[in-house]
Design a protein around this ligand. Structure first.
Ligand code: AMP
Length: 118
């Protein structure tokens, strides 16, 4: 069982923010912004490439609720999901990173030159 399945099953602890029957939001262990929350389906889904449109339709209002719950819905936020190897996905269970609480830089791309990738 993957690490986020264990968190969803309460087999390992997390710092939860909001939960529904189908989804869970908890604080990232290694925050990259004042607010950095991970949002997952409790049922295992490998990555964004695997989520159904029907599940995404249910997940969207949950993500909105999390952003409202932590007070960043109005001020703004960044929603990121890394998918697959080139996307830099480390945990192979779909998760959205919800980042906010400050004016975020477009940091990953500041010093990137597309030529570096060829
Ligand atoms: P990614 O690189 O998109 O797969 O992101 C994985 C994220 O999971 C990283 O931001 C980690 O800090 C975070 N993470 C890994 N293990 C845990 C955990 N047990 N509890 C909370 N966050 C975690």
């Amino acid at each position: 069982m993957c690490i986020f399945c264990k968190i969803a099953n309460n087999e390992i602890p997390s710092n939860p923010v909001l939960e529904s029957e189908e989804f869970l939001a908890f604080h990232d262990l290694n925050p990259k912004a004042p607010v950095h929350i991970l949002i997952i389906p409790k049922q295992h889904v490998d990555s964004f490439s695997e989520i159904s449109g029907a599940m995404m339709e249910r997940m969207t209002p949950f993500i909105h609720d999390v952003a409202k719950h932590v007070g960043i819905f109005e001020s703004g936020y960044r929603l990121v999901t890394n998918s697959g190897e080139n996307g830099g996905q480390e945990v192979k269970h779909l998760h959205f990173h919800l980042l906010g609480g400050a004016r975020l830089k477009w940091g990953h791309f500041d010093d990137a030159d597309p030529k570096d990738f060829f």
